[in-house]
Design a protein around this ligand. Structure first.
Ligand code: ZN
Length: 150
């Protein structure tokens, strides 16, 4: 395996693309122009993100093929999350630009968040920290298996 020294300020979505998928980097599945990763700070269990391979800040910077592949992965992800979590609803969307609340503003990504009526009952909230009913490792294993990733 080639060892690549991660640059200190390298974007997290660029850096995980150089790694093998694992519960540490939370990469679930990859396609040619986009990939799927679990959110390390999920809003609910099963909160995934679909990330473009290219480091560009906005949808307009992508090719139509890359945009289409992102939407396809969003759609597949909803199917996978329905199977694993039986959510009642979804939030699907992107925060584009820092002022819109993008965590990694330089690298376009879309959120897919499974929702249940009364999430607040589903997740105990302690101060600012949401306590989820399962660990990230558990979510990773379940979502990857349901996606049919090797
Ligand atoms: Zn990047």
């Amino acid at each position: 395996m080639k060892y690549i020294q991660a640059h200190d300020k390298e974007c997290v979505f660029c850096s995980v693309q150089k790694q093998v998928d694992s519960p540490e980097n939370l990469v679930v599945v990859r396609a040619r122009l986009a990939f799927v990763i679990l959110n390390r700070f999920p809003y609910t269990s099963g909160h995934i993100m679909v990330v473009a391979v290219d480091h560009v800040p906005s949808l307009e910077d992508l090719t139509p093929a890359a945009r289409a592949q992102m939407m396809e992965l969003v759609t597949q992800g909803m199917g996978v999350l329905r199977k694993v979590y039986q959510p009642q609803a979804f939030n699907v969307g992107a925060n584009i630009g820092e002022a819109a609340g993008a965590g990694v503003a330089g690298h376009i990504h879309m959120h897919v968040v499974p929702r249940w009526g009364g999430d607040a009952n589903f997740m105990a909230t302690v101060g600012e920290t949401r306590v989820l009913p399962e660990s990230l490792e558990e979510s990773y294993a379940r979502i990857r298996a349901a996606w049919g990733a090797p």
